[in-house]
Write a protein that binds this ligand. Sequence first.
Ligand SMILES: Cc1ncc(COP(=O)(O)O)c(C=O)c1O
Length: 330
Amino acid sequence: MGADTLEERLERLARVRLACLPTPLCDAPRLSEELGVPIWLKRDDLTGIGLGGTKVRALELILGDGLARGCDVLVTGSGPHSNWSMLAALSARRCEMASVLCFYGNRPSDETGNLRLVQGFTGATVRFSGDLARTSVDALIEEVAAELEGRSHRPLVLPRGGAVALGSVGFYLGAREIREQADRVGLQAPGVWLATGSCGTQAGVVLATATGELDRVVGVSVSRPVAECAKRVHDLATAASGLLQLPAPDLGSVDVRDGWIGPGYGISSDEGQAAAALVARTEGVLLDPCFGAKAMAALVESVRTGQEKGPVVFLVSGGAPTLFAKDIAL
Ligand SMILES: Cc1ncc(COP(=O)(O)O)c(C=O)c1O
């Protein structure tokens, strides 16, 4: 019997269908004219769960695997306005799985943005660490998982941001979707630009460069030092490549840009807000302040300094609820 193909391996993955796919790849004529290079927008803000977002691609596989293993409660966390946590809890609920969300700090007096959606629609149990350090969430997740196991539950435990290899396989599928759409509209060797936080998204797209399906990907760090990002992206992409028996990427091929975090992770920056205003004015598309806006600011500068010559596919990765958050804390 011959070896199985990649398509067969992908077909065998347990997956719950959550997203409306493919999301549109739209040209951005007025933005392209203003910047002088062809820009296309990959509209993952339109994945169709909650207010959208790329993370739904990861959740399709993560929840599919969890359900196949008999897990009955999802446990994850981050800051109270995390896009990831809200989407994870909402998607779990759609699969009839309960969830516990662990947030750092104390319950804010004002419940806006994602926290409002978590409270109103996900049915999640919310726990606060009482400690302002973001890393305090990691210990709380473990504590909650142990409590649940003690009560004979089978928790599906996921780290902050959902950065696990299986999730990156979901983002790899998204990268293949970009490849197909780019081919259909005749885009030659587009550079894929995206925001990088917990690094799972970039890892999935990097995997598509290792297979030769995409030419280049540029991640813009909105949270961590670039060396840490590059290592995390490489580790996750390598682990994802192992799951699919694909070639692993070189660390040297991981391109993460520095200098765009602004005042801090989860806090809007002046450059980011200017870039978001440009995209709203030219294309009527809204970028979230913590990820998309900052990545777009980096792209605008790269184009204006003549480094990025296009064509570019910019990933609009979601985060709409944070447009309505009073004090964003991811
Ligand atoms: C809207 C949005 N865009 C981009 C990202 C970054 O993705 P990753 O954490 O996989 O690097 C996130 C992460 O939470 C996000 O919420």
